[in-house]
Design a protein around this ligand. Sequence first.
Ligand code: 28F
Length: 642
Amino acid sequence: MAENKKEQYSAESIQVLEGLEPVRKRPGMYIGSTGPEGLHHMIWEIVDNSVDEALAGHATKVRVELLADGGVAVEDDGRGIPVEKHPQTGLSTLETVLTILHAGGKFGGGGYKVSGGLHGVGASVVNALSNKLVAEVYRDGNIHRQEFKRGDSQGAVKKVGKTEKQGTKIAFWADDTIFQTTEFSLKKILDHLRQQAYLTKGITIEVIDYRTNPQGDYHGFYFENGIKSFIRHISEEEAPLQQEMFYVEKAWQSMFVEVAMVYANELETKELSFVNNIYTMDGGTHLTGFRSALTRVINDFGKQGGYIKDTKDNLTGDDVREGLVAIVSIKMPEPQFEGQTKGKLGSTEARTAVESVVAEALKDFLERNGADAKRMIEKCMLAAKARKAAKAAKETILRKGVLEGLSLPGKLADCTSRKPEESELFIVEGDSAGGSSRMGRDRRTQAILPLKGKILNVEKARVDKMLANAEIRSLVVALGTAIAEEFDLTKLRYHKVVIMTDADVDGSHIRTLLLTLFYRYFPEVLRNGYVYIAQPPLYNIKKGKETHYVYSDAEKEALLKRIDPEGGLRGISIQRYKGLGEMNPDQLRETTLDPRNRILKQVMMEDAEEANKLFDILMGSVVEPRKHFIQTHAISVTNLDI
Ligand code: 28F
């Protein structure tokens, strides 16, 4: 990593913003919560700075001590935070780092925090939320010391002695008037630091717990092989299929990509992804890049090796991931996170970086390791065979169950195809939009179900009451899966269920209600990625014979700049669609239905736990957070289908 981080932190690159009062006023905003998670986050923030110093090539060791009196001391052997006067603040750099809040936790200019942390706001936040904090810097043969109480300096930094060593030590005592508990969990700390050690090749992390043993209970982590060791750790019990593990590390533009993977003799897939040492629970662009590279390279190899003779035998993403154990770890400046828990990377450049690096290296790996390559492709081919057998079995039972019992609702304009894989159901708000979509659709694969007005709020309704509601009943029957104890995912009649509502308040309300309905009664449909949100355009802009559809105001401005640089607007017509009902069938087809042009957002719902939380926020009684939530991340959505 060191060579990838050319820029050095310097006193000049710090941006002075504000003091620490806001942190004590709204701690949750800066540390995530004032519960146990937030408390532990205090340690992560300090350790992150040591890890950054290690990633910059200046530290090799981090020690975390859990003190008998409840304090935590973190020490590294880096260069030590500079103690001389900081040009912008007039304070020492040490005091600046500890008492000035930085924008988004980032240092301005070239220096960026690499190891990150959920909020990445650093040491000053920890200082603000500590009853007491003592910083020691070992630099130029001297021990420099400075003390703080609740973020306030108790006097300037002072030389208090001589030392041979170099580095920084920060001890803090979390403020018990802010945190619900100040008791640290050793397990939590070890789990987190073990992971950090795996992700930071060559770093030694020690934890010494003095709380119950005055001698200290010692734990240490050092993984010479970084994420390769991580893979061994998580695939411990399984027999590896390969002799050699696949591994690549490579800088790509401003990013750094590190990937390790191995196939195990089993069905389960284990994929872990990280950005700047932060675990991305819900994956994201880096993981997508990895998966595309894997699928593509294995398929290419299968074709060249004569394993795949026909395109119908192409391996799917699931085929090539069966039994896979993989870690994707990237480092990048200013990653964008998405989703309710911010556990998903959204930065598109990461996808290209990982895809390119992995594709090249994996191709090379397969060429060099013939025996492993053969075992790998054979395992994938076997997975494909099993998938096809299962599918055939499914297909025979698929329609039968659906057609007995309730008959399909009259307002459903069904598609003619009987293959769920290619069938799409559009749930359309309003009858007029329903009419246009029916005319604009591809009747072979696209079904339209118009829903009138507001549907029932399903939060408190029991199943029987829900099914008494005609709108919901027609939706349930159309889906084909039945509901509650009868629910059967294999009977789902469409593998794309697309919610298509207007881009206004009512539309978003209906969308929310529908999503809630899915959370509550069809979680498996969500979990399997069958639910999508259509993205109809906001404007139609015409210039002469050209027609453009744009999906946001920003996009409109950009387009106008391009096609009308003078801003005269001569010969240009702009139509704003107030609702889907304003589009004629052709326009609807072109912009929202046709798989070649449309934008669909896939609704992700990995974790049932999260679903409940999400549900509370969506439907609970607190209005403000709900509004905020719907706008910023109503639900974690990814661009998938273009
Ligand atoms: C126990 C926690 O915080 N370690 C750190 C350094 C080293 C430098 C530094 C830190 C200067 C301008 C901010 C030293 N010499 N462990 C830690 N080690 N911060 S934090 O610089 C701070 C920047 O903006 C350091 C030369 N350059 C950087």
